[in-house]
Design a protein around this ligand. Sequence first.
Ligand code: AMP
Length: 436
Amino acid sequence: MPSEILSFESLKLTRQFLNAIDDLGYSEPTLIQQKAIPLALSGHDVLGIAQTGTGKTAAFMLPILMKLKFPQGDSPRALVLAPTRELVMQIEENAKSLAKYTDLRVVSLYGGLGPKQQIELIEAGVDVIISTPRRFLDIYKKQAFRTKEIKTMVLDEADKMMDMGFMPQIKSILEVIPVKRQNFLFSATMPTKVIRLTEDFLEYPEKVEVTPQKVTVDAIEQQLFEVPNFRTKLNLLEHLLDDDELNRVIIFVKTKSNADNIGKYLDRKELGPVRIIHANKGQNSRINAVSDFKEGEVRVLVSTDITARGMDISMVSHVVNFDLPLIYEDYVHRIGRTGRAKNTGVAITFANEVEMMHIPKIEALIRQPIPRLSIPSEVSIEETPFEEKQLMAREIDLIKRKENPDFKGAFHEKKRKFDNQKKKSSKNRRRKGRGR
Ligand code: AMP
């Protein structure tokens, strides 16, 4: 792992991509992105050993889009081949989100429906084609596009392509596209067939590898509580900390102020000793907090992700995700602090309605479901305050709009209704006032 976490800015991406990355909510590049993007931008062929969930799509798509810059001519200049229709559609969605502030034209081709519409799209001009191998050849044979401008090519999930018997199609495609080009090959595993393919396909490749994250979460008991609001999360936390079995606990929160508030609350309730670590606490205070925690003098550490990342805190009995991490991979980093060296650990996650919408993505990353538990009956469930409700409604709208740009937004709907109601009641008040 690079000793320092690189930012997207330091990867030399231009503003239009940094803005798109911002909109997608990615705050830092994933490991495969940190490793592959600089190599790809400097022109190397890249062999990436990584599975879905590591951010591999953006790892090859960002350099491709960066290099293409703007639309040019009508013929495709980059080709991404993937084994299945679902994967092609996923890559297309990611590519279009990353290219949203450019005019680059991305078209995807896959079977299961007639080629007419796909041909029309291509004929209108295209910069990047994302396709299954068979459909690419079908449409090429109909002379819908020329291949001589293709200067970058990606084989994604190469192991799956070999398993599905796509080698003959890939060979035919390599015969019709220019020999001088930059190549990327991504594969989760490296069986002999894929090694042979890399020898034919890649030229002096740089190899980048990320180990699957699943290994680290296997030994850990995971629990998920759907909790409606902040106040109820506090009640549940208090209830859980009444159990002495939670003897060395890290509570992860998303903001510094949440860390302060929760830490102080637990201190008042005498559920500590508690220490708080976040970026505004001096280096010494953070180091002391961690060493006291390690020595068993501190029962509870409340921390944000940024501070916890660089610190060696393990052998924790329980991790509590009071807030869900913004970067899904951080879920794995967080809970990996428990369950080490034969100590079985427990990772407990609280998620409100908005956070629950992110849970399937985390489950896809760790490739297992997180068991749901009901809030114990002793815990009192609080009403969600108006402001918190509004904030959540706004976030839900944002997520839905990201998934479907045509989505108009329930929040605005509700707000309009609310405004209308306000207008009506003030009219009534005025009317009543006049009547008096
Ligand atoms: P992939 O491995 O490319 O299928 O990506 C898995 C998921 O991670 C997708 O939902 C991506 O949108 C998301 N993702 C990719 N890069 C990042 C990042 N730097 N930070 C947070 N999420 C990311």
